[in-house]
Design a protein around this ligand. Structure first.
Ligand SMILES: Cc1cc2nc3c(=O)[nH]c(=O)nc-3n(C[C@H](O)[C@H](O)[C@H](O)COP(=O)(O)OP(=O)(O)OC[C@H]3O[C@@H](n4cnc5c(N)ncnc54)[C@H](O)[C@@H]3O)c2cc1C
Length: 558
């Protein structure tokens, strides 16, 4: 689904770029609670990983002299995103699949892992089921790498796929590994909100970059009303200047619609909460207004925003060259995840590794666009190398048959309760959780609402124990959803507890009862573990001091 590109300081478009600038940009974006070692390795190694993808066959867009083209993106000082049109993710998957097949790597398609096994304090294996036949599979292994993506489906409105149910986060947590930074969830300001079937699908920042404006139901351009003090000098204070910026005038300041993602998302939410929203609970994003400025506006929009034009035409029957779009914030990414060692990507559980969105550390309190694809390339490779080394150096651990039998029994439990006979189907519980997380642990948070969410999660957990499914085990989405529920509840609880614990506002985490950033909270990460009594435990893990040479880089780039 990734569109924009992979961040890597190749310096193909602007020769001033280098790993130091990328490192400093990433730390600033993460508000300095990132794992600085990961930020350093990421900035240094991303260019090699992009070149490697190219050597394996990825066809990137080109500069006129034939090098990999790079584009501008929020928070990156120089053009840095290697891309393939607006379908970079697809090209990465195609390339990596081709390569792995040629390497002889065995792939178990459509197989969902349900449980990790441990023995003597380290990984011993995993159990999953193949969705096609519904049969269980037991994997004996010395090392496991989690790469299961994010948790967006814990929220009602998300740009994420149906698979983003926090499986890797929950598997690691229940196996005894630590999670960190779970309070930091990124909400992208513009997702589709109507019709319901497409709610949450991303509407690219490019619409606002081309001159699109945000309006409330009274037709008022509300973004001018709340420009944060620290951005005031860089932001246009009138519509004329904002328009000139979008048309490439280097002397003009950017319009307030292009303020940071967290601020725009909160401003939209305020309009909706105060009763000035659009009919379906968002605001209007209007690009069609530029016909007042440009003679050939319709052709211009279709040429500059072809995917958006087709997306709205096909999915919502709306012609964006003539009609404003209805948009609202959409849950996009989780910065939190499995706590890993910066070099090896091993979690706090020996033999268990994590990479990509389900791991934590690189992005701190907020991720820059493009830094996720580079994250998973750099740390996917590192996790692979170190897991292979771990497997070579350690003997296999035995899987306790009782643990395996228990995993199978629990997985089949929903079939013993058919919906209607005292229990209920899984979708209602899932939907109630999503709506509750959206309302109570969403973009703007406060203590009492999050305490309510915790009680709600507990109630839903009880109901989950009674959830029943009908049908058989072959491709049964109801069964799959029933099995996902436990993971969604685990990650929802971790997000909520960590968000209650962080009594300040930083990056993706905004609390209306603590709206300021507190330097004291910049000294540690919040870590979540399963206690011996099975309850969730929170700890504050101090962030180690940055080495002098990295501090110098940060200072020089400030
Ligand atoms: C619309 C959209 C646009 C984006 N654009 C960009 C962009 O331009 N640049 C950028 O850097 N980032 C972008 N992102 C973010 C980025 O795409 C993701 O963070 C990234 O792809 C995550 O990669 P991953 O390898 O961690 O997980 P994924 O690539 O999502 O892979 C996770 C895999 O794990 C599998 N899985 C899940 N649970 C289980 C289980 N229990 N058992 C077995 N398998 C399981 C899933 O089926 C899936 O195949 C975008 C995200 C979205 C949603």
């Amino acid at each position: 689904m990734a569109e924009g590109g992979i961040a890597a300081a190749l310096a193909n478009v602007d020769g001033r770029d280098n790993w130091q600038v990328h490192f400093a940009d990433t730390m600033r974006g993460g508000q300095y609670i990132n794992n600085w070692r990961m930020a350093e390795l990421h900035a240094k190694e991303a260019p090699d990983r992009v070149r490697e993808l190219e050597a394996w066959g990825a066809l990137f867009d080109r500069t006129p002299d034939g090098r990999i083209l790079q584009r501008n993106f929020g928070g990156h000082k120089y053009p840095r995103l290697a891309h393939v049109g607006d379908r970079t993710g697809l090209e990465m998957i195609r390339t990596l699949q081709d390569h792995s097949i040629h390497q002889g790597i065995e792939v178990h398609m459509e197989c969902t892992v349900l449980r990790l096994f441990t023995e003597g304090g380290r990984i011993a294996g995993a159990m999953g089921y193949d969705r096609e036949r519904g049969r269980f599979r037991l994997y004996r292994c010395k090392a496991v790498i989690l790469a299961t993506g994010g948790i967006g489906r814990a929220y009602a409105i998300t740009s994420n796929s149906w698979e983003y149910t926090g499986d890797g986060h929950a598997l690691a947590y229940h196996a005894g590994a630590a999670l960190q930074d779970m309070e930091f969830v990124q909400f992208h300001p513009t997702g589709m909100i109507w019709p319901p079937s497409v709610r949450g699908i991303l509407v690219t920042e490019g619409v606002r970059g081309e001159g699109g404006i945000l309006l409330n139901k009274h037709g008022r351009r509300f973004m001018f009303e709340d420009i944060p003090e620290n951005y005031r000098s860089q932001t246009a204070d009138n519509e004329e200047e904002g328009w000139r910026y979008t048309q490439g005038d280097k002397n003009a300041r950017r319009p307030p619609e292009l303020l940071t993602r967290d601020h725009v998302a909160r401003s939209i939410l305020r309009e909706v909460r105060d009763g000035r929203g659009s009919p379906h609970g968002g605001v209007f994003l209007d690009i069609s207004w530029i016909k007042q400025r440009l003679p050939n506006a319709r052709d211009h929009i279709i040429r500059k925003l072809p995917s958006m034009y087709h997306q709205f035409k096909q999915l919502a029957d709306i012609d964006i060259t003539a009609t404003p779009m209805e948009v609202g914030p959409t849950t996009h990414y989780i910065m939190g995840g499995v706590r890993v060692d910066g070099d090896s990507q091993m979690s706090t559980l020996p033999g268990l590794f994590a990479a990509g969105e389900c791991a934590a550390g690189l992005h701190g309190a907020n991720r820059l666009g493009g830094n996720s694809l580079s994250d998973l390339l750099v740390f996917g490779m590192r996790a692979g190398e170190f897991a292979a080394r771990f497997a070579a150096e350690n003997a296999a651990a035995a899987i306790d048959p009782a643990q395996a039998d228990d995993a199978v029994r629990r997985a089949l439990e929903p079939f013993e309760r058919t919906p209607g006979s005292g229990g209920e189907g899984p979708y209602q519980v899932q939907q109630e959780l999503q709506v509750m997380m959206q309302d109570l642990v969403g973009i703007v948070r406060n203590g009492p609402e999050m305490e309510r969410a915790l009680r709600g999660i507990e109630r839903l957990r009880k109901r989950t124990k009674l959830v029943g499914v009908a049908g058989n085990r072959e491709y049964n989405p109801g069964w799959h959803t029933a099995l996902d529920l436990g993971n969604l509840l685990t990650v929802s609880e971790a997000v909520t507890r960590a968000a209650i614990e962080r009594k300040e506002s930083r990056g993706g985490h905004f609390r209306e009862d603590f709206p300021q950033k507190d330097p004291m909270y910049g000294r540690f990460n919040i870590v979540v573990r399963k206690g011996d009594d099975g309850e969730m435990r929170l700890e504050r893990e101090p962030i180690p001091a940055m080495p002098a040479e990295l501090s110098r880089v940060v200072e020089e780039q400030r």
